[in-house]
Design a protein around this ligand. Structure first.
Ligand code: UTP
Length: 307
């Protein structure tokens, strides 16, 4: 069965996307030594942990349940997304509980459960670790490294798309030729922003010159539960890791995967430059910081001479 633009409709799959899986069991080596003890997902973008911005996006996308995939040493992440905590008493005494309002709104809207990935065996393996918690329904995967600023939250754009035409979707953005080797790349033809196109195949980190396009998969996905069985049937890649891209390639080759060029700008906060950029850009949203920061940037630009 197909709809007007050729995307297949799968009978029986017209289900709401209620659950989102957040893989957060990686080592965060690119942000070492900051991430030696503190998980990168809890590093602040301005004054909120990066993961709170992701949680805001989930709430705005109608998600009800979150499955956090954690390494056992990253338990502080589930601590953050639990009610109470060691400072609550002191904050109450000081009349400062309102500082937790944004977090409390998240806790009031989303139910969090945790599944563990004891070793970082790849993104595909991390997703597979959420199999029991997700069960037999379509779900979203959202990578906490990728913060997206957009008019409509990126995942919501995709959920709305799914509700019109149930299928599997990956968010994509065009990357420069010299960066394709850092991403999963879609074999398919881009038409326009916000217009999904068929992904014929997916290639993980293609060598320079061999990429099928410049359309790179970023950290937003809508998947069907069949992905778990596909992951189980795969062997580990060259790095000894189970890649999500390889499982998605199987879905693509069967005609069930669509690439979605989302509206918005992505910031990769899992590496130092993207982290600093995001801090600056998100700080400009705060009226009390915007003018002093503008003044600082003007001063820095005036005083910086080419070396
Ligand atoms: P990354 O490769 O960007 O994160 O994976 P990383 O491995 O933590 O960071 P570096 O490369 O060492 O700096 C994208 C997302 O997938 C999760 C990570 O936690 C991150 O949120 N991930 C990755 C897992 O949960 N398990 C894995 O085995 C690999």
């Amino acid at each position: 069965m197909q709809d007007g633009d050729g995307r297949p409709r799968t009978p029986g799959r017209d289900v709401k996307i209620r659950k989102a899986l957040i893989p957060a069991a990686g080592l965060g080596t690119r942000l070492l030594p900051a991430t030696k003890v503190v998980p990168k997902e809890l590093l602040p973008i301005v004054h909120r942990p990066a993961l709170e911005y992701i949680a805001d996006e989930l709430v705005a996308s109608g998600i009800e349940e979150v499955v956090l995939i954690l390494h056992p040493v990253k338990e502080s992440i589930s601590g953050h997304f639990s009610p109470g905590g060691p400072v609550i008493h002191a904050l109450a005494e000081r009349g400062q509980l309102s500082r937790l309002d944004t977090l409390n709104r998240i806790l009031g809207s989303l139910k969090f459960t945790v599944a563990y990935q004891d070793e970082p065996l790849g993104l595909g393996h991390a997703v597979w670790c959420g199999k029991d918690a997700i069960g037999n329904e379509p779900f979203a995967v959202i990578l906490p490294d990728d913060l997206v600023r957009s008019k409509v939250p990126c995942l919501r754009q995709m959920v709305e798309l799914y509700e019109q035409t149930p299928a599997s979707y990956v968010a994509v953005e065009k990357v420069p030729e010299n960066r394709v080797h850092l991403y999963g790349i879609v074999d398919g033809t881009f038409e326009a922003v916000q217009k999904p196109f068929a992904a014929k195949n997916l290639v993980e980190k293609p060598a320079p010159g061999s990429a099928p396009s410049q359309q790179a998969v970023i950290g937003r996905y809508i998947l069907g539960p069949e992905i778990f069985g596909i992951l189980e049937g795969l062997s580990k890649g060259s790095l000894g890791e189970l890649q999500l891209t390889d499982a998605l390639a199987v879905v693509a080759q069967k005609g069930g995967l669509f690439a979605y060029p989302f509206e918005g700008i992505r910031h990769d906060v899992g590496q130092p430059l993207g982290f600093v950029e995001a801090n600056l850009i998100y700080a400009m949203d705060h009226s009390e910081m915007a003018e002093p920061l503008r003044a600082l940037m003007r001063e820095l630009l005036q005083n910086s001479s080419p070396k």
